[in-house]
Design a protein around this ligand. Structure first.
Ligand code: GLU
Length: 426
């Protein structure tokens, strides 16, 4: 592998994420020629709630946590988006993620707007009881904004089906009856959808299949590197290995591993379960996260956090195509560099939309109290992503723009049409 020093992310590579997305919205609104009303509305978040709330920890001490629930835009339907628990999460990051949800729902043509919630906390060092108390209190604090017809949360980084179960229960206790449709990504036994847990990773696999078919890259010999081994990355690795891809690199927050002849995926999964990380796996060389992004491979899947591919390391990315499993893993500057290098990128709002799509199926099933088989869920997911991929591809060919700009254009045009039809109240 290359011996040149790989470039680590530093604070100076990360501009304000909300300002960055505002700039992107400005640029795309101009390209898509949708007019200033749409641009000015999409630059801002419609509703923003900041909460500071106390939680009693196991040792009896009281900590005050800060949380957010941001509804970016609900023109096309109820606001929808996950809840993130992460120690460094900020208001502007949550705003940016909420805006991405509006665009994501529109690009896959779901009747939703976009939202995001977050609590600045470290779930990795909290006990289950502490997490439950934090979640129930946060759910009560944001209860005035959420509901099956208003705003429907789901899991994101640091949260999981159990956290969704506590939110559903807290909301239902306050209402006095069970409200299944208030959150998605729930455990199956309380109205969760089959296939939801794996949906984001499965969506990445489907995106990789669609893109490689378009580019003529045979998937059964493709070499894949995946950054992040949480829900999205681990599922994508598992499903891509099942269809014959060679997984040559995997990383998590502690570091990465590399084997040019392909990693033994079930062994890596077992090692991660036993030790908490993929590093020091047998038959693999330890590498850093920065090195993983620069591996010589066919498909790179950044499935960790934002801003991993930036202006300084983008020139060294060697993948032929990138499937963005995370939200915002590439800065806008870096996106331009990748585009100039002719690397085919399936952008986040399309590549990782699988979770949102199956969340939509879950919400529909909850509202109808009629549940689908896993096969039905997976087939419908493939149908929705297949349509969206080809609509974005068509847009990119028609306007001679890359897939990211095409996805944003398709989404923004759809939102602008709905805004136009609805008009301005009063
Ligand atoms: N957190 C996921 C995302 O960023 C899922 C959102 C949802 O299902 O509402 O797309």
């Amino acid at each position: 592998m290359a011996k040149k020093q790989p470039v680590e992310v530093t604070r100076s590579d990360i501009s304000n994420p909300f300002v960055e997305i505002q700039e992107q919205i400005d640029a795309i609104c101009e390209k898509a020629n949708v007019g200033d009303t749409c641009r000015l509305r999409l630059r801002e978040c419609e509703r923003e709630l900041i909460v500071h709330f106390p939680v009693k920890m196991d040792d009896g001490k009281i900590y005050v946590f800060t949380g957010y629930r941001i509804q970016h835009n609900d023109t096309r339907g109820p606001a929808k988006g996950g809840i993130r628990y992460h120690p460094e999460v900020t208001l502007d990051e949550t705003r940016a993620l909420a805006a991405l949800m509006t665009l994501k729902a529109a690009v896959v043509n779901l009747p939703y707007g976009g939202a995001k919630g977050a609590v600045a906390c470290n779930p990795k060092i909290m006990s289950r009881d502490e997490l439950e108390r934090l979640t129930r209190r946060y759910a009560s604090e944001i209860a005035l904004l959420i509901g099956p017809e208003i705003d429907i949360p789901a899991p994101d980084v640091g949260t999981n089906p159990q956290v969704m179960a506590w939110i559903m229960d807290t909301y239902s206790m306050n209402k006095g009856y069970s409200v299944l449709g208030v959150v998605t990504g729930k455990p199956i036994e309380l109205g969760g959808s089959r296939g939801r847990f794996e949906a984001t990773g499965r969506g990445c696999m489907i995106s990789a299949q669609l893109a490689s078919k378009h580019l003529g890259i045979p998937l059964n010999t493709a070499r894949v590197a995946v950054q992040g081994f949480g829900n999205v990355g681990a599922t994508a690795v598992k499903l891509l290995a099942q269809i014959g891809c060679q997984i040559i690199g995997i990383s998590d927050s502690k570091g990465g591993i590399f084997n040019p002849n392909g990693l033994d995926v079930p062994k890596v999964v077992r090692h991660k379960k036993e030790t908490g990380s993929v590093i020091d796996s047998k038959d693999a060389e330890n590498i850093t996260n920065a090195e993983l992004l620069e591996l010589d491979c066919d498909i790179l899947i950044p499935a960790a956090l934002e801003n991993q591919i930036h202006q300084r390391n983008a020139p060294s990315v060697k993948a032929r195509m990138i499937v963005e499993g995370a939200n915002g893993p590439t800065t806008y500057e870096a996106a331009k560099i990748l585009s100039d290098k002719r690397i085919f990128v399936v952008p986040d709002i399309l590549a990782n939309a699988g979770g949102l799509v199956v969340s939509y199926f879950e919400w529909v099933q909850d509202l109808q109290s009629f549940f689908w088989s896993e096969e039905e869920v997976n087939n419908q997911l493939r149908r929705v992503l297949d349509n969206a991929f080809h609509e974005v591809l068509e847009m990119s060919q028609r306007y001679k723009v890359d897939m990211r700009d095409a996805a944003y254009m398709l989404a923004i045009k759809r939102i602008a049409d709905t805004m136009h039809a609805r008009g301005i109240f009063p």
